[in-house]
Ligand binder design. Structure first.
Ligand code: NAD
Ligand code: ZN
Length: 385
């Protein structure tokens, strides 16, 4: 089967490799129909995530048709159309029973992550060995462990574009709002106008936020988001400093500040290993902006990925302002039934972020233009499926 593989920083190749098979009684194998490139894949693309090895398969956002399944799988059958979650949950451990699927204790056997952080996340598809080294879904076929837990059946009257983002970025955008308790009348500021930040703005509006302010320095991403989300306000921090703009635009500061950027955009971008070793790095520059601009007793939500230690986080300002800060990888399975219903009821439309479609064979180009945020002819790239 063909699959997108990582062969070093900025080196993605589509190669033929052995077809994945059902190897465990709980497995499901899908014929993949749609798969996306995520901001989290850029950590791999840029080579800042350890635990990568040449030839690793990529992709954690995908959907398809069930081709075969192990004898324990009860919820899906051959021919069903399903979306896969990016995180792999067993459904039975202490954390899964609490609905904290992204903290599943049994699907990530990486010793290194345990050593670095004293804990392990759930396993992720197509990511580094730090998250279990599972095969990815940017491929013709994908193996989904614990199929009963990690697949969502989707109705035929919805297109792939309408449902494929249930695998990650739509639940992540919703999770960002949940972590920040976004509700009626809130002023919400969101750092990062990528697919996650833009969908977080869409979700915040759906949850009754009074004002939503999206922040980036890619002007085309900001105007694209404004065209799709009525009433959205924006800050281009290339033109005005984020802190100055938020002071000008809000009397007391936003009620909720959402981080949808991630560590690899921080100016002192160093590898996760270097950070873990506390080498001269300060990826807290963006997080401090959230702390300084959030209103007193406000809420901070972090879904952008931060890996390793930060040295310069202003915990003093955080404490004195009485802020609440919550963060995390998304427990996709916790939200996806409700979000599917909202898509069917036209309360949410995840397709607003999709700008590009291409065949798997063009994945190399897909990664390049998604990282560049534009094509060679200058056209905006927001989300590639
Ligand atoms: P993306 O790279 O397309 O978007 C990030 C945006 O942030 C870019 O447009 C960039 O220009 C902007 N940015 C850079 N510096 C900034 C700054 N100082 N202030 C404001 N904006 C700035 O990525 P994405 O797909 O939208 O994902 C965003 C983040 O969410 C990534 O870190 C990704 O790993 C993470 N993520 C987390 C989860 C989760 O479960 N928590 C799931 C999916 C993605
Ligand atoms: Zn993703």
């Amino acid at each position: 089967m063909l699959a997108a593989e990582w062969h070093g920083a900025k080196s993605i190749k589509v190669n033929s490799r052995p077809k994945v098979l059902v190897t465990d009684p709980d497995d499901v194998v899908l014929k993949v129909t749609s798969t996306c490139i995520c901001g989290s894949d850029l950590h791999l693309y840029l080579g800042v995530m350890p635990g990568m090895h040449s030839g690793m398969s990529l992709g954690h956002e995908f959907m398809g048709i069930v081709e075969s399944k192990g004898p324990n799988v009860k919820n899906v059958k051959a021919g069903d159309r399903v979306v896969s979650s990016f995180d792999i949950a067993c459904g039975q451990c202490f954390f899964c029973e609490k609905g904290s699927y992204s903290a599943c204790d049994t699907t990530n056997n990486s010793e290194v992550e345990g050593m670095l952080y004293g804990h392990k996340t759930a396993g992720f598809h197509g990511y580094s060995d730090l998250t279990g080294g599972w095969e990815g879904g940017q491929a013709e076929f994908a193996r989904v462990p614990f199929g009963d837990m990690n697949l969502l059946k989707v109705p035929d009257n919805l297109t792939d574009d309408e449902v494929v983002l249930l695998s990650d970025v739509l639940p992540t955008a919703w999770h960002a709002c949940e972590l920040g308790f976004v509700g009626d009348g809130d002023i919400v500021a969101i750092w990062g106008a990528g697919p996650v930040g833009m969908l977080a703005a869409h979700c915040a509006k759906a949850r009754g936020a009074a004002r939503v302010i999206l922040i980036d320095n890619v002007a085309d991403r900001l105007s694209f988001a404004q065209a799709k989300i009525p009433g959205l306000e924006v800050i281009d921090f290339g033109k005005e400093k984020t802190l100055d703009a938020l002071k000008r635009m809000t009397e007391h500061g936003p009620d909720v500040c959402i981080e949808a950027v991630g560590f690899h955009y921080c100016k002192t971008m160093l590898s996760r290993i270097q950070m873990a070793l506390k080498l001269e790095t300060d990826p807290s520059e963006i997080l401090n902006e959230l702390i300084y601009s959030c209103r007193k007793a406000g809420r901070i939500s972090i879904v952008g990925v931060y890996s390793g230690f930060t040295n310069g986080l202003n915990i003093g300002a955080f404490m004195e302002k009485g802020l609440c800060m919550r963060a995390g990888q998304t427990p996709v399975q916790k939200y996806w039934h409700a979000l599917l219903k909202m898509i069917q009821e036209k309360k949410l439309d995840p397709t607003i972020v999709i700008t590009h479609h291409m065949p798997l064979a063009e994945a190399t180009r897909g990664y390049k233009i998604f990282n560049d945020k534009k094509e060679e002819n200058g056209a905006l790239v927001q989300k590639v499926v």
